[in-house]
Write a protein that binds this ligand. Structure first.
Ligand code: DC
Length: 225
């Protein structure tokens, strides 16, 4: 199956490097679909909690994930995430979900199911997919691979600014520590750790504006097409 998947822009990178916002805009410009795989792990975590699953029981988590009636839509350029008819777009972004996600994201049975859904999505249309294992595991034959990075300081600063826009004021040092901790967990887990695919183009956005980061990826895709 993987060998047929090529029209994919695979974007991986650590927390807060801009994968989702940049990826979404790149998809829009290229006329590709956009797949936020982090939202899928968030939805699986929400669903497991909602169903009272034991978050320390990998088999139960794998089984419950397979029953999740997940679907995602593009609503006026905005991703909406549904489980059945329930819109959980906002519910999956809470600190509680972010904290508990590590109970699921290293479980092979959970990942296998979500990866199957991700590949099916990518097989249907040209896609920009962002996550932690897009170029390494999910779409190893992706035609374009990007590893989006930025300094820890800058990623924390951007996240704090995003939260401030929503009226939430956080301690920058605590936020930096939380981001560092999440990165360490993603990079050191045994299953599908966050790694740069050897052939991925590294884009350090520390000193780039949003538009410059978008242009760099669009340029890369066009030049390598
Ligand atoms: O991109 P995000 O912060 O919304 O992702 C939420 C979590 O899901 C993140 O902490 C790591 C995990 N994740 C993953 O393990 N594999 C992916 N392809 C995407 C996200």
């Amino acid at each position: 199956m993987c060998s047929q998947i090529t029209e994919i822009v695979a974007i991986d990178g650590p927390v807060g490097a801009g994968k989702s916002s940049v990826g979404r805009r790149v998809a829009e410009i290229l006329g590709f679909a956009y797949l936020d795989t982090g939202a899928m792990y968030r939805a699986a975590t929400w669903w497991a909690i909602e169903n009272g699953a034991d978050l320390d029981a990998p088999e139960a988590l794998a089984a419950i994930t397979q029953l999740m009636p997940l679907h995602m839509t593009d609503h006026n350029g905005e991703l909406r995430v549904f489980v059945g008819s329930q819109d959980i777009t906002e519910a999956i972004r809470t600190p509680e979900i972010t904290r508990q996600i590590y109970k699921l994201d290293h479980v092979a049975g959970v990942r296998d199911h979500l990866v199957t859904l991700q590949r099916a999505f990518g097989a249907q249309q040209p896609t920009v997919a962002d996550g932690r294992d897009m170029g390494t595991v999910v779409f190893p034959k992706a035609r374009w691979k990007v590893y989006l990075d930025a300094s820890l300081e800058e990623r924390a600063r951007r996240r704090a600014a995003q939260l401030a826009e929503k009226g939430v004021h956080v301690d920058l040092a605590a936020l930096r520590k939380e981001i560092e901790d999440r990165d360490r967990k993603s990079m050191t887990r045994a299953v599908s750790p966050l790694r740069k695919a050897p052939e991925a183009r590294v884009l350090d956005t520390t000193r780039l504006t949003f538009d410059q980061a978008v242009d760099a990826i669009v340029g890369f895709v066009r030049e390598a097409s």
